[in-house]
Write a new protein. Structure first.
Length: 384
């Protein structure tokens, strides 16, 4: 007599039973529920593959597990006529191959979603030619300029470009051509599209109190381009179909990309990298990095007043501002010799530059010949 577990094949319930080998049958004795006889000729046996594994017997949908290590030999001895019913090494191997193939297929599908697609996206983002990134970035920038009003006031545009040029020179060599657009919109926001297209919202420009603060924002955004964060993020976020379409030269999904771009978030790791590398870029360009920190302090106040909202907000997508300030201050303290002493654009009254793209009454540009002319309040009832 051996102890065994019996499954009737109709429910998952397990029944502890005793089994007994008889000349032509296996007797299953259920506690208080009678006796079942399995004719040996109707039993399919699966021998244990390793020590400690129960021998499994089947008859139709009924199953029996017999854990006792001496049962297989006894069973084999009792049913030599039905030895062919045993899982022979050959069929067992075949079953193993099937099981292996199914497991491999499932594994392939899971890893395709979890690993291969992100890996392919990373790989594609790393090898895609800069010219291609520029095409993608340009279509994103075009989309922004269609949706928003682009500020063309040279008072701001020229100064912003001058800061970008200083940073660009320090960042060389790299394959990108930076192009900054200022769009008239009161949101405190800046973003970097692939290939060097940077978009600064007038709301952010207005919040800067000196050029070094804007330089800090620009250095951060430029690093998102140089480190291909935007490209990688887009590749991660768009569907595989879109990725394939894009990589094979299709352009019909540009609209989808723009939508993806405006809803995506950078990882905290990307943001920290852009901060650190951005700070390094400021120092290399001999621009006072305390501007970057000061701007984050302004942002911290803004956050408290809940003035930050919307897609890709420069702050809400970024790591905790207090944490960033702490990190940046530590980095500046670690390399004090790299800290610049020269001032950016010393001849300018920065407030005029910062407000040059803010909306004025009648939406007229600020008179460039009179940079000190008072600027109308940015919002008037007729604009609301
Ligand atoms: Zn960022």
């Amino acid at each position: 007599m051996w102890q065994a577990q019996y499954y009737n094949g109709l429910t998952a319930a397990r029944l502890d039973v005793m089994v007994k080998l008889r000349p032509d049958s296996l007797q299953i004795i259920k506690k208080d529920q009678g006796v079942v006889n399995w004719p040996l000729g109707e039993i399919t046996a699966h021998a244990a593959h390793h020590a400690g594994e129960a021998m499994r017997l089947e008859r139709g949908r009924e199953k029996l597990n017999v854990p006792s290590p001496d049962f297989p030999a006894a069973f084999k001895a009792a049913s030599p006529a039905h030895a062919s019913k045993f899982g022979t090494p050959k069929t067992r191997k075949k079953n193993l191959i099937y099981a292996g193939a199914i497991t491999a297929l499932a594994g392939l599908l899971v890893s395709l979603y979890l690993w291969i697609i992100p890996f392919a996206a990373d790989y594609a983002a790393a090898i895609v030619p800069p010219a291609w990134e520029a095409r993608l970035g340009s279509s994103i920038a075009d989309d922004f300029s269609e949706r928003f009003q682009v500020c063309e006031n040279p008072l701001a545009v020229d100064r912003v470009n001058a800061i970008v040029s200083s940073l660009d020179a320090a960042a060389q060599p790299h394959p990108y051509k930076f192009k900054v657009s200022i769009i008239k919109f009161p949101m405190v926001n800046a973003l970097a599209a692939p290939g060097g297209y940077i978009i600064v919202f007038s709301g952010l420009l207005e919040k800067t109190e000196r050029p070094e603060e804007l330089a800090g924002v620009l250095a951060h955004e430029m690093q998102h381009v140089l480190k291909r964060h935007a490209t990688r993020s887009i590749f991660h976020n768009i569907s595989t179909y879109m990725l394939v379409t894009l990589l094979t030269g299709g352009s019909s999904s540009a609209g989808g990309i723009v939508n993806t771009f405006t809803s995506m978030r950078y990882s905290q790791a990307n943001e920290t990298e852009a901060d650190d590398a951005g700070l390094g870029l400021l120092q290399k360009a001999a621009i006072d990095p305390s501007g970057m920190v000061d701007f984050f302090k302004t942002m911290e106040k803004e956050e408290k007043h809940k003035n930050i909202s919307g897609i890709l907000s420069y702050v809400s997508t970024h790591p905790e501002t207090a944490e960033r300030i702490q990190r940046l201050n530590a980095a500046i303290a670690a390399h004090p010799s790299a800290t610049a002493t020269k001032f950016l654009l010393p001849d300018m009254k920065w407030k005029d530059v910062a407000t040059a793209c803010s909306e004025v009454k009648g939406d007229k540009p600020v008179d460039n010949e009179m940079p000190n002319a008072p600027v109308e309040p940015e919002k008037t009832p007729e604009h609301e």
